[in-house]
Design a protein around this ligand. Structure first.
Ligand SMILES: *Cc1c(COP(=O)(O)O)cnc(C)c1O
Length: 362
């Protein structure tokens, strides 16, 4: 293995998780969400491993064009949409599937003189999230505006996004679902609503297309459940190496700010990973790592390139030993996220480019 931190990406686990999505939502098509470099896993390799899905989704036009340039031909939805006539032409050229969530996006489309039609457009409607979405009352008007340019857009669907689908009994979920159900009945158009949490928790929301992100990568969207309990397998295993060992005496302080003090003689280790790799500084004095099959605590502050660990319970640990940072059932990224006061989405997407990705079972 390399001396520096690396992220092992298990493509067989990714495919297993895609099959799990099919089990949860057997009647729906799957739009695999691979925005933000596939949640830090490497978008091209992940997309190539997910060709059994029915389409992809990214946040931005540049992400979608990059996938087309790499030869990926499945439909690609662009959540943030496109806002100029030039961008609409790029959408047409690359046969992409944008979301329209602002009236000006639609106006630009209607004014564009496209060289070829666009295969599919999603109307993003406001049902209660209050982020991206057009007023649901305007749906008929929007559809008829698009209908004037039927030669520009081959097909149309409705999209909306849950605010609280990770909360089991939140009343807002039912309100958003009822709003979407009315729109679906009123228009008869295909609907796409469910993210990972809704795929697992709200089967009524599956409709024609589902949009899993986090669950594909094997992590749980729920605070009280692990991916393992949901039948998912972690895709990323972040590992590094023990690069130094020191003997500390009582009273010795570890690292910047002296945030940890030895109360007895201990053996301390230094692991080559830090916030410059995406290992959150909020894990200072909070996290644990796995070394020689032992969970040992992180002590002191996380530095840019290194983190210190207490090796007292693991005397057999030696220089050069592999250290698992996250990504096993014993040390899940969900647990670390909780320790850092954040969510697994953030820890995964913050793994920096200098961390080498190694693809397994490709
Ligand atoms: C990121 C995103 C998703 C995927 O959400 P997960 O919780 O990761 O499954 C689905 N829909 C939209 C609009 C998103 O932005």
């Amino acid at each position: 293995m390399s001396r520096y931190p690396s992220a092992r990406i298990d493509l067989a686990a990714l495919q297993h998780n895609l099959q799990q999505v099919r089990r949860y939502a057997p009647a729906s098509k799957i739009m695999a969400v691979i925005k933000a470099d596939a949640y830090g896993h490497g978008v091209i390799e992940v997309a190539k491993a997910l060709q059994q899905s029915d389409g992809f989704a990214v946040a931005r036009l540049s992400e979608a064009i990059r996938l087309r340039e790499q030869g990926l031909t499945l439909p690609i939805t662009i959540f943030e949409g496109v806002s100029s006539r030039e961008e609409w032409q790029l959408v047409a050229t690359h046969a992409l599937t944008p979301v329209i969530h602002q009236q000006c996006h639609l106006d630009n489309l209607l004014e564009a003189d496209l060289s070829q039609p666009i295969p599919f457009v999603w109307l993003m409607l406001e049902t209660g999230m209050h982020r991206l979405g057009l007023p649901a009352e305007q749906v008929n008007q929007l559809i008829s505006q698009l209908g004037q340019k039927i030669h520009l857009v081959n097909a149309l669907g409705l999209m909306s996004h849950f605010a609280n689908s990770d909360l089991y009994h939140d009343t807002r979920n039912q309100q958003q679902l009822s709003a979407m159900q009315r729109l679906a009945e009123q228009t008869g158009l295909p609907v796409c609503m469910a993210n990972s949490a809704a795929i697992i928790n709200l089967p009524e929301s599956h409709y024609d297309w589902v949009r899993p992100g986090l669950m594909l990568y094997g992590a749980s969207p729920f605070a009280d459940k692990t991916g393992f309990e949901l039948g998912l397998q972690p895709v990323m295993q972040l590992v590094s190496q023990l690069i130094a060992v020191q003997q500390l005496q009582p009273g010795d302080q570890v690292g910047y700010g002296g945030q940890w003090t030895a109360d007895k003689p201990i053996r301390m280790g230094v692991v080559s990973i830090g916030y410059g790799d995406g290992y959150s500084r909020h894990l200072s004095n909070q996290a644990e790592v796995l070394i020689c099959n032992h969970r040992v605590p992180v002590i002191g502050r996380v530095s840019m390139d290194t983190v210190c660990i207490n090796l007292d319970s693991c005397p057999q640990a030696q220089l050069g030993d592999e250290v698992i940072i996250w990504g096993t059932h014993e040390l899940a990224v969900e647990w670390l996220a909780e320790k850092a006061g954040t969510i697994p989405y953030e820890l995964l997407t913050c793994v920096m480019p200098r961390v080498q990705r190694e693809y397994l079972h490709g």
